[in-house]
Design a protein around this ligand. Structure first.
Ligand code: IMP
Length: 422
């Protein structure tokens, strides 16, 4: 029996979709624990590319059960689109999808408030999916949860109370059209009908499954450095992608967790604003972006690209408790003559001993690099670690030693088959 947590170890977009798909072969249940449709997990099976935003990618493996936990914020339209997309591709989700009754719902006003905030001076570069405003309401105890859909009267009262406040901002401050209670109630009740069969008391379901000897993979979205507590605040998402968020996000107690698996990209990317010490500007960054197809799966925005950062990864390993990692997109580095790896930061000529999470400091640090030789060989058809070029093995050995983790999976392309296991 194993209960594992899978975390993105950098700033998101590490390639979690493919790795969850591979790992879900070994787990009975995959449970998503935070975030919402701001995530975009890409999985390539045969010639088909699947992009999932809310439903765990384990749904693509026959017989696996998938959970959307209470920590996730659900956009009804995104979820319905995704269910439809899966059905159109012949994937049966009946009896395999379980949605927490305690998950909060993204409401139309959350998206409007997200876009209003992003048009102002304190821009974060969000995905515009209403994520921050929804989590604000959750913690302000004003949120609308799936369970509220069961009682029309309560739903109506809650939405009315929210709209009294939100319409004030939307109309009076920003002169945008007010939202109508009845229209929202109607839309959300129709949503309830469509997802009724999936609504579940998730902690009880998972508890029974674990007692039955089933294994669970808890899947995070985004990445550790976007965690609202441990990330590069305020340039973060509004939830807890770190492994600590997994237990609260699905209702499995920490005493059940047996391992934490980190997903790391062979270089670093970031979307949106915020510090990024090893960012490559100019031609080198553009090359990595093109080679790695580094454009957001959700928003299509170009991702910022940079060198692998072992100082950042050491921090991520520490806060997440990562022992083993899956490294993705190693093939993207194959064209480079030399590859730089950051092994520490300097501030005003002094070497830092711990990763700074203050944006002010991160903006000023100077990365210390070591340069390793590139391998200049196509590695996309290699399936055995020992067949990798010596320079590739040297790169992997160097980053794993400096970051303090063990590599157990290497991805050399987007397909399931383009995977090396150690
Ligand atoms: P939000 O989650 O839409 O509020 O955006 C907050 C920050 O997190 C922005 O910098 C986004 O670009 C980033 N972000 C949100 N979701 C993802 C993701 O799935 N991958 C990478 N970055 C993300």
């Amino acid at each position: 029996m194993s209960v594992s947590v899978l975390v993105g170890s950098q700033w998101g977009d590490e390639g979690k979709g493919k790795i969850v798909d591979i790992l879900s072969d070994r787990y009975d249940i995959v449970a998503r624990y935070q975030g919402g449709a701001n995530a975009g997990h890409t999985i390539v099976i045969g010639d088909t590319e699947y992009i999932l935003h809310l439903i765990p990618s384990g749904i693509l493996r026959e017989g696996r059960e998938c959970v959307i936990g209470n920590g996730v914020v659900i956009d009804p339209n995104a979820l319905l689109d995704e269910i439809k997309f899966l059905e159109e591709h012949g994937i049966n989700i009946e009896g395999r999808l379980f949605i927490s009754q305690n998950a909060h719902l993204i409401m139309p006003y959350h998206k409007i408030l997200d876009s209003i905030r992003e048009s102002g001076d304190n821009k974060i570069g969000t995905t515009g999916r209403g994520i921050g405003p929804c989590y604000i309401d959750k913690y302000d105890r004003k949120g609308i949860r799936i369970v509220d859909l069961l009682n029309k009267k309560i739903l109506e009262e809650k939405i009315r109370a929210n709209l009294e406040e939100k319409n004030n901002i939307i109309k009076k401050l920003y002169d945008k059209e007010e939202l109508d209670v009845d229209a929202i109630v109607k839309e959300y009740l129709a949503f309830d009908e469509a997802i009724d069969q999936y609504i579940t008391d998730v902690p009880s379901y998972l508890d029974a499954a674990i007692r039955d000897g089933k294994s669970v993979l808890m899947e995070g979205a985004q990445g550790a450095l976007l965690d609202v507590d441990h990330g590069t605040y305020p340039y973060v998402t509004s939830s807890h992608p770190t492994s600590g968020g997994a237990c609260t996000g699905v209702g499995i107690p920490p005493t059940q967790v047996t391992s934490v698996i980190g997903i790391v990209k062979a270089y670093v990317t970031r979307v949106g604003l915020g510090p990024f010490p090893t960012e490559l500007h100019g031609e080198k960054g553009e090359q990595l972006r093109q080679w790695g197809h580094e454009f957001g799966a959700t928003t299509g925005r170009p991702r910022r690209c940079g060198w692998f950062d072992t100082f950042l990864l050491n921090y991520s390993r520490m806060i997440n408790g990562i022992s083993k990692v899956a490294i993705t997109k190693l093939d993207v580095l194959s064209n480079l003559d030399e590859i730089k790896v950051c092994i520490g930061y300097e501030l005003n000529g002094k070497r830092l001993h711990s990763f700074p999470t203050s944006v002010d400091i991160l903006d000023k640090v100077k990365p210390i690099y070591e340069t390793l030789p590139g391998w200049k060989t196509d590695i996309t058809e290699i399936r055995n670690y020992y067949d990798l070029p010596a320079e590739t093995k040297n790169y992997l050995g160097f980053i794993s030693e400096k970051s303090g983790f063990e590599i157990s999976i290497i991805s050399v392309g987007p397909k399931r088959s383009q995977t090396i296991e150690l």
